[in-house]
Structures are given as C-alpha cells and as structure tokens.
Design a protein around this ligand. Structure first.
Ligand code: SF4
Length: 375
C-alpha cells in the first residue's frame, strides 16, 4: 500500500507552540463545556473545554455518553491480553523506570528456550494476544526480536511489541516475522521535561521517539497504541497531545487501528519515591480522560492495564475501555518464576481466570482474540 504522509506529527506539534494551553484551560466556561458536550465532532477548543478541571462537574454525563458510544462501536466486549518481558537490559536512564542503566541489579535476557517456557505458561492460561517488551540493548537487536516473534507465533494469535524505537526497515523485518501491533509511549510530549527525565542513552532523542508511530505505520503495522506516562508533566496538556497524535495517525494512515493508553506512573519496585516532581492524577482524572478520548475519537481503542487497581479497573470497565491486560508480570521470566513486579509494581494481581469472571460479572463478553491470521 502506498501511504502518502503530508507532514510528520512533529509539524503538527510545532503548530501548537503558541497555543497557551494552560491559559485556555483556565478560561473555559460552563457554556464552552455544554456546547462541546452537545456536539458529535469536537474541535480543538471543544477538546480543551472537556479536558478542563471545570468539565469534571459534567463527568456523569460525559461517562454516560462514553458508555453508549463504546457499546455502539465496540459492542459488549473487552479484549484481554498480557505482557511478556524478555529482557531488562537497558542502556537508557529514564528517571521513572526500574530498568534504568543507573539501577544496579542482576539483569537478564531470556534465551529462546526460556521464551518458549514463558509462552507455554501464558498461552496455557488462555492468553492469545501477547505484548512483547524489552529495554534497549544490543542484546535484543532486531535479529533477536524477529526470532522471539517467530517463537511467539507458535503460541499466540497476535503479537504486539513494546520495545525501543526502530527504523522503518527494522520494523518491516519484525512485521515480516509475524508482529501485528506496535505500542510506543511518547512518555512526555513536553520537550523540556522530556529532556530533564531522559538523562542518558539514545532515548534522549525526542524527535526520533515522537516520529516512531509514523515509521511503524509506514512499515505496515496494523495496530498502533500510543500514550503519555501520566504524572511526569502537566497531565491535561499531555492528554491533549496524546489525542491529537492519535487523530493524526487516523488521518494519515487509514490502514492503522489506533489505540490510546493513560498509564499513571507507578512506584519502581523497591522504591516509593522519585527524584523529580510528580503531577497528581486522580481516579476521577483518568475517568475524565477516558470519556474525552471516546467523545473525541469514537472508534479509538482504549487500554487500561494492571497498573491500575482491581477496584478502579472494575469501575471503569463499562465506561470506555476496549482492551485490558490480565494476569500480568513485569518481571523478566516472571511467569515461570511466579514473580510479578519488575519494571513497575502491578496493582491488579488477579489471575486471567479471575479477571475473566470480573468482566462477565459486568455483563461484558471477555475475548482473547480480535485478529487471527491463520486457522
Ligand atoms: S523506560 Fe524503557 S528505555 Fe527507559 S530505562 Fe526503562 S526500559 Fe529503558
């Protein structure tokens, strides 16, 4: 397929340089919010109005609208997947991550037999869509990733990757090996804060990361999931750019199914504090962001992972999300060793079976498959 891209997302991002987001947010009136809520298609001003703290007064109405739109476009279905961490070697120093090169601990990259063992356990639990995760290291180069994807294809119907940003050519090789989806979080859209939090390693290249979804889409990924790690920068502005980025992918790459995540920063395993300021993100904020995402982009996938607590996930399940992880471990080799907390601490530790029951108890249908290439 010949994909013609008019511009890069960086150009779109730059066009908002003089937006004055915080000022606009503080000027939002009830009329602005009510006008936005009455519309089917939202402008940038509507989006800002609905993301404002003032719009929280209208949260029950927003969530109701989000509920109906989600059921209309996705049915009564929650798609379940699980992450699979195969390496915690990383040359980057991201101040919010347990795998940072500056953190001293015994690191590990699974060999192919160990990958098979993890895959067997996970597929035995009913998982059919796996998200493959690594840090960034020459130990997990494109050759290794392709071989791991080929192994995982023996066990799962769909493979997505959440690894370091690659070139378009390397992504094409990973797709050729059997991967369908790409997850890449910008982490922080604000370039100044991005620079402050990524103190060492190739991830310091803000632009290369920002344009990763472009390269992934051009290489042919069928599904792209983006997001910002909430808590690292002023959250409403970060959500605004996440949604503008998702809209940009829709407009420029019609073959791509787009999803967004709203991950909140979680404690690094063994540490309860960070060396930088954290911006508060309440449960109510996440409910608002999920509803706004649904109202702004009716067909966007919305992902809520096990970073969130059992109670919160059960509460939000009907109101906008379309995909949720279950039975997760963020520890390399964690499924074989029965360990869950690695890159960050898991907040919902229910097993896959327990989560399936929770989905059913909400009157929703849990599904493990939304894509099968070969029967
Ligand atoms: S966030 Fe990713 S790139 Fe950064 S230290 Fe952690 S694993 Fe490495």
């Amino acid at each position: 397929m010949q994909v013609v891209v008019k511009k890069s997302f960086f150009d779109v991002f730059q066009s908002y340089r003089n937006l004055g987001f915080e000022e606009k947010l503080s000027q939002v009136s009830r009329d602005d919010v009510e006008r936005a809520l009455a519309k089917d298609y939202l402008s940038d001003s509507d989006l800002i109005a609905l993301l404002s703290p003032l719009a929280k007064e209208y949260l029950p109405f927003m969530l109701k609208k989000s509920y109906f739109l989600t059921r209309k476009y996705f049915g009564n279905v929650i798609f379940i997947y699980a992450p699979l961490y195969v390496s915690d070697h990383c040359v980057n120093a991201c101040l919010y991550c347990g795998f940072s090169v500056f953190n001293k601990f015994k690191r590990r990259t699974l060999n192919y037999d160990e990958v098979r063992k993890e895959a067997e356990i996970l597929s035995g639990r009913g998982i059919k869509h796996v998200l493959l995760l690594t840090g960034e290291s020459k130990l997990v180069g494109v050759e290794y990733i392709c071989n791991v994807v080929k192994i995982l294809k023996e066990y799962f119907d769909e493979i997505s990757i959440e690894i370091y940003p690659m070139t378009e050519g390397d992504y094409a090789r990973v797709i050729e090996s059997g991967a369908e989806g790409l997850t890449v979080y910008q982490e922080v859209y604000d370039p100044v804060i991005y620079d402050r939090l990524h103190v060492f390693g190739p991830k310091r290249d803000y632009l290369f990361r920002l344009e990763t979804p472009d390269r992934g889409a051009r290489a042919g990924f069928r599904e792209i999931n983006i997001g910002a790690l909430l808590g690292l920068a002023p959250v409403r502005k970060e959500v605004f750019f996440t949604l503008k980025h998702a809209e940009y992918i829709y407009e420029n790459y019609p073959h791509v199914e787009v999803a967004v995540s709203f991950p909140r920063i979680r404690p690094i395993h063994g540490k309860n504090s960070f060396s930088f300021d954290i911006y508060d993100v309440s449960d109510e904020d996440i409910l608002q962001f999920v509803a706004v995402a649904r109202l702004f982009l009716n067909r966007v996938g919305i992902n809520i992972s096990t970073r969130e607590t059992k109670e919160f996930r059960d509460n939000i399940m009907l109101l906008g999300p379309t995909r949720m992880s279950a039975g997760s471990s963020t520890y390399v080799g964690g499924y074989s060793e029965g360990k869950t907390d690695g890159q960050f601490d898991i907040a919902d530790s229910r097993s896959v079976d327990e989560f399936v029951e929770a989905v059913r108890s909400k009157g929703l249908c849990p599904t493990f498959v939304n894509w099968v290439k070969e029967l």
